[in-house]
Design a protein around this ligand. Structure first.
Ligand code: IMP
Ligand code: MG
Length: 180
């Protein structure tokens, strides 16, 4: 499969744009009187979502990144999570909003929440663009959710299949052979 193939549209550019505006409005309201917010984008998948979401916010904010990797085929199957790159800034006493591309089993998010909670932030919440609710294995809270999607492999808008399709402007579906 290459980037010249065109995955079927699941969530269009316009739907993504509209939903991000709604999420940003809600987040800006909720953090209006809390001082500066730290947005922690989870690389690589959340880079595009973070870029668009952060520009719609009206509250003071800092941008940071963390990179995680899941072992196993398809990136999610074994459930083991590894820290590849940590945030640059201290999170102590900060209001932290984790910005994730997708929540599948929930293991990545649970690992990340545990990791960051240990650093004594003032608060910690999560914003995820999409969630596959049927696949969720562990309890995680997502305070700001873009879309619930069925159990399909999605690409685009930051999401990949074997590093392909990340820069598609929409979220599409691929059916890679033998993935599931
Ligand atoms: P988890 O199962 O919730 O821990 O998700 C692990 C990671 O698998 C996510 O952060 C994504 O990087 C990746 N992932 C899960 N489902 C998809 C998908 O449909 N498309 C692209 N990446 C996915
Ligand atoms: Mg991810």
């Amino acid at each position: 499969m290459s980037d010249s193939d065109h995955p079927r549209v699941l969530i269009s550019e316009e739907q993504i744009r509209d939903r991000i505006k709604e999420l940003a409005r809600q987040i800006s309201l909720d953090y209006a009187d809390k001082g500066e917010l730290t947005l922690v984008g989870v690389l690589k998948g959340a880079f595009m979502f973070l870029a668009d979401l952060s520009r719609e916010l009206t509250v003071p904010r800092l941008i940071d990144f963390i990179a995680l990797s899941s072992y196993g085929r398809g990136g999610a199957e074994s459930g083991a999570v590894r820290l590849l790159m940590d945030v640059r800034e201290s999170l102590e006493g900060r209001h932290v909003l984790i910005v994730e591309d997708i929540v599948d089993t929930g293991r990545t998010l649970r690992y990340l929440t545990g990791l960051l909670e240990a650093r004594a932030p003032a608060s910690i919440r999560t914003c995820a663009l999409v969630r596959k609710q049927a696949r969720q294995e562990v309890e995680v809270s997502i305070e700001y959710l873009g879309f619930d999607i069925p159990d399909v492999w999605v690409v685009g808008y930051g999401l990949d299949y074997a590093e392909q399709h990340r820069t598609l402007p929409y979220i599409g579906v691929v059916e890679p052979d033998g993935l599931r």
